[in-house]
Design a protein around this ligand. Sequence first.
Ligand code: RI2
Length: 323
Amino acid sequence: MTLLQTAEQIQTMQIRGAGKIAREAVSALRDHAETLPHTGDASLFIREMEHAAGILLATRPTAVSLPNAIQMVMRDVRTARTEDAARRILREKADAFIWSSRTAIDRIAAMGANHIPDGSVIMTHCNSKAALGCILEAKRQGKDIEVYATEVRPWNQGRLTIKTLNDNEIPTTYIVDSAVRSMMKDVDLVIVGADAITVNGAVVNKIGTSQIALCASEARKNVIVTAETYKFAPRTILGELIQIEERAQNEVLPDDIAAGLPYVRVKNPVFDVTPAEYIDMIITEAGALPPHLAYTIMREYLGWGFDELQNQFLGTLTGSEFR
Ligand SMILES: O=P(O)(O)OC[C@H]1O[C@H](OP(=O)(O)O)[C@H](O)[C@@H]1O
């Protein structure tokens, strides 16, 4: 698959899920480098790769795993002295990211399963590899668990989730998104993934997550977020907001129906923000932490503290790059 095809598949959601988007983008960058002719000109190679990275970055705006992964791969490529060195660094960093991303999900699954007591009824939302990893690991350990899975309009990612749960023989109840509050009394805990986590511990995830967290808080049920460290958004340290993706109206209301309703407009934001106070714990591969320790992850694991960010970025980036 070419880099442009990967970008298109991310944009059209054939490739989806924050972690997978990052892994596929990095692998597309690595493969794209192999298609570029060897010229001996390091700066030409780096320019071409920056252009390719820009195409991938423009596909979807919210999941911060995408810019973080590209930054991890491209950071040292930019300062390589020779073309050969740039190519080698790019290959090594891309392979290392893909490997560590998969390892992170396994570690999160192991830690998350520890927080699922035997006999639990879990509610999950959307289709998160990290969240499902914890549920599947709990099942593998022999725990007797049940899951409530939401539909996740308009893309119905819940169908992917119930397929995985069913394949693993986990008793599952499938509900429409608006049934969450009614059903919360039957649930013991909520486990979801994340597309981005801000410095104040707010979690950006599939639209509807914040309602679930609110209902869980009202019913005094724990909310666990599972997120690899590359889903933390360092640039929020400087006050930047995460851009919430809005997708096409016809994903919600078909064009032929909308055409007959001239006074109706459709809004289709696909992510929302859950404030830290509704989240009990964020499980990362570096450990389980309360949301207000998000800055520690950014500093210790992503290597971006306030000073580094100021030196690196202030005044050099445009609004859209700055997230
Ligand atoms: O990385 P993993 O845990 O798989 O998924 C994280 C999140 O990415 C997904 O976004 P989308 O379906 O691509 O819009 C969902 O919001 C999900 O919770």
